[in-house]
Ligand binder design. Structure first.
Ligand SMILES: Cc1ncc(COP(=O)(O)O)c(C=O)c1O
Length: 400
């Protein structure tokens, strides 16, 4: 018998942890129906309308080379760094320097690089649950131990006492994602201030710098004229992780960044380590064209008023039908209570009406399902009778 298992132990361990999500992406009814006529796709934050014209124009305006190096290897291009630093200085009111900005091919790469730069084997990284799908396996990939802390089940705010209780001599970082996928919650200044005190106390008590990794993917997708507060403005030992994929609603064009807080400890060491890790970890820079276009990309956004109108249409219709849901403050997502305890079963039932959502169980939120409001208006209108029929059907079954 062949004693060589072939695959690395690490890949087995990671793929095992990722298996339920992978199955959804590759083997589910949704995966087999993706993009087919008649499908009402509320699963992930994908575009279902044509891309923004301003986005296409921005790329077209930079596609013709202006010098021999236009499409040469690109790393953290000085002009792109300057544009991001100036934008962050205006939005976060902190004196970011261009050298604090590291361009990445999306937030996923940015998170991998930040974790690689901060986590040693055995270190613990706290993440809030329900989480964005990949945090847990990303922490494992970096050699760290993921520590899950559930948000308050009613307010969806971070459970600060629970975070405090999890901090110990091994804690290296806390990932905070506000506005939060999937709850749509924006964390308040009071919450962020209190979190900062907990991290400062923990750092002092255990003699280490607990880092805050602020995943700000949805920072520009905010409804009802609300204000966004960056966690980074409350705690100096912080990294910002950002992606343009949400505001541009073009997640297949990969561009984002890491930014170091201007008062972060070991900032100079990170300035030299992060660019090396970006190269080592698979050349995780955005393509040349995206870096050339970043000045325009900074100014472009999906139509928030239209997104908000889709949110409102869905919330009011689902409530009228008898579903329980809340109005998200931000992000692309709507969390809806499954009318039967088994959310996977209900999501499967919806597929009979060609409606596709994500079961809450895939994100540690059993009893719910998640809908992305990036679905087109036409999909929403087409799906409404199906949602109504599905809830009526489970009610009838419950009554019989
Ligand atoms: C909270 C959060 N962080 C990070 C990402 C990853 O972003 P990107 O597609 O730019 O890698 C996503 C994407 O859905 C997300 O929802």
């Amino acid at each position: 018998m062949d004693a060589d298992p072939g695959l690395s132990m690490r890949s087995r361990y990671l793929v095992d942890a990722f298996a339920p999500l992978l199955r959804f992406f590759t083997d589910s009814t949704w995966a087999s129906r993706f993009g087919k006529p008649g499908v009402c796709d509320f699963t992930i934050g994908n575009p279902h309308d044509m891309p923004l014209k301003s986005f296409v124009d921005a790329l077209q305006s930079k596609i013709t080379p202006q010098d021999a190096y236009w499409y040469a290897y690109k790393r953290n291009e000085p002009e792109a760094r300057r544009i991001v630093a100036a934008s962050l200085e205006a939005s976060h009111r902190l004196p970011f320097e261009p050298e604090d900005i590291f361009l990445t091919n999306g937030a996923t790469a940015a998170l991998h690089v930040v974790l690689a730069a901060t986590v040693d084997p055995g270190d613990e990284v706290i993440f809030l649950s329900p989480p964005w799908f990949q945090y847990e396996t990303m922490i494992m990939n970096a050699g760290g131990t993921p520590v899950r802390v559930r948000v308050d089940p009613v307010t969806f705010d971070p459970d600060l006492k629970a975070i405090e209780a999890k901090i110990n001599g091994k804690t290296k970082a806390v990932i905070i994602n506000s506005p939060h996928n999937p709850t749509g919650r924006i964390y308040s200044p009071q919450t962020l201030e209190a979190l900062s005190c907990i991290l400062l106390d923990g750092s002092k008590q255990y003699g280490r710098h607990i880092r805050l990794i602020s995943d700000e993917a949805y920072r520009r997708i905010v409804f009802d004229g609300r204000t966004y507060f960056s966690p980074v403005c409350f705690y100096p030992d912080s990294f910002i992780v950002y992606t343009y994929g949400k505001a541009l609603l073009a997640p297949g064009e990969r561009i984002g960044y890491i930014a170091l807080h201007p008062d972060m400890s070991h900032r100079m060491e990170f300035r030299s380590t992060i660019p090396a890790l970006q190269m080592i970890q698979g050349w995780s820079f955005p393509n040349a064209l995206l870096q050339h276009a970043i000045g325009d990309l900074e100014k472009i956004s999906v139509d928030i008023t239209h997104l908000q109108a889709k949110r409102d249409r869905l919330v009011s219709e689902l409530l009228r039908m008898g579903y329980a849901t809340q109005t998200p403050e931000a992000t692309f997502y709507l969390l809806v209570r499954s009318p039967i305890p088994d959310d996977e079963e209900f999501v499967q039932l919806l597929t009979e009406y060609d409606i596709f959502c994500i079961p809450g169980s895939l994100m540690d939120l059993p009893g719910y399902f998640r809908m992305s409001i990036t679905a087109s208006d036409e999909m929403i209108e087409r799906a409404l009778p199906g949602f109504e029929a599905a809830i009526k059907r489970v009610r009838l079954q419950g009554a019989s």
